[in-house]
Write a protein that binds this ligand. Structure first.
Ligand code: AP5
Length: 252
């Protein structure tokens, strides 16, 4: 299989008026995946690997908020400004704001090449909204991949994370260092540390995860969609584990 062209995800990151440089090819059996797991467990890292293999769109709600945050102040709606404040503190953005943003990008979810949702849904309310949207179009989720990792390792991953300001590729200062310090291997962009990766925000994010997002594990288990994966080891090992479970599911 040829490697799909990496999309700049413009329609997802900037909104429905923007056009992506590459859209996923139409597929007979597109993968429609949700990645679950605590902040820092490695969802974004796995989403990048899965995107390359499956050709589906990587749809991260956190990336949409960060893209809005990097725009000029006057381009941000009051709701988006409030959302960015929640995010800086490590709290969840209210469901109404998140859903408004996802709903106006729903064509990214309904496209024929599939998707990998990363960071959405994060509450039962968001999960119900997604179910309704997909149900109306008679689309079904392929699987919900839940990554599991002890909390001390999660904190280590978050504190060492560095992200490219241009292409959003993710690195880690010791585990996945760039070839040149603070410079992105992919596009040469500057690497920065996310504001919500400071210790105070990390604690708030982990609490929000336990309170609001962890209940989704049971929700998707009840729907027979949950694949739990140990997130220990290298990104390639975790990716291989994920593909093995997904292929088993697809062959059933
Ligand atoms: P979001 O951007 O979704 O952040 P998150 O879920 O907290 O997840 P992260 O991006 O922090 O971690 P990750 O699991 O993707 O890990 P990564 O691959 O980067 O959301 C941010 C905020 O936006 C939220 O707090 C909230 O305020 C708001 N928000 C977003 N969506 C929302 C929603 N739906 N509802 C309400 N609010 C919402 O990896 C982490 C580090 O570990 C990296 O440095 C990486 O290189 C390294 N690493 C990865 N894998 C490995 C490995 N196997 N071994 C060693 N290091 C590794």
């Amino acid at each position: 299989m040829s490697t799909p062209i990496k999309s700049d995800r413009a329609a997802w990151l900037q909104g429905p008026l923007a056009e992506c440089t590459a859209v996923p090819a139409e597929r007979k059996h597109p993968w429609r995946l949700i990645l679950l797991g605590a902040p820092g467990v490695g969802k974004g890292t796995q989403a990048e690997l899965l995107t390359e293999r499956l050709g589906a769109c990587h749809l991260s709600t956190g990336d949409v908020f960060r893209a809005a945050g990097s725009r000029k102040d006057c381009d941000q709606s009051p709701a988006m400004k409030a959302a960015l404040d929640y995010m800086r503190r490590g709290e969840l953005v209210p469901d109404t704001t998140v859903w408004e943003m996802v709903r106006e990008r729903s064509h990214c979810i309904l496209n024929c090449g599939g998707f990998i949702l990363d960071g959405f849904p994060r509450t039962l309310g968001q999960a119900e909204s997604l179910k309704e949207l997909m149900g109306k179009e008679k689309l079904a989720l392929s699987a919900v991949v839940n990554y599991e990792l002890p909390v001390d390792e999660i904190v280590r991953r978050l504190s060492g994370r560095r992200t490219c300001e241009k292409c959003k590729s993710v690195f880690h200062v010791t585990e996945r260092p760039p070839k040149v310090e603070a410079v992105c291997d992919r596009c040469g962009g500057r690497l920065f540390q996310r504001e919500d990766d400071r210790p105070a925000s990390i604690t708030v994010r982990l609490e929000a995860y336990e309170r609001s997002t962890a209940p989704l594990i049971q929700f998707y288990k009840n729907l027979g969609l949950l694949l739990s994966i140990a997130a220990k080891g290298s990104p390639d090992e975790i990716f291989a584990r994920t593909m093995e479970k997904m292929n088993k599911l697809a062959s059933n």
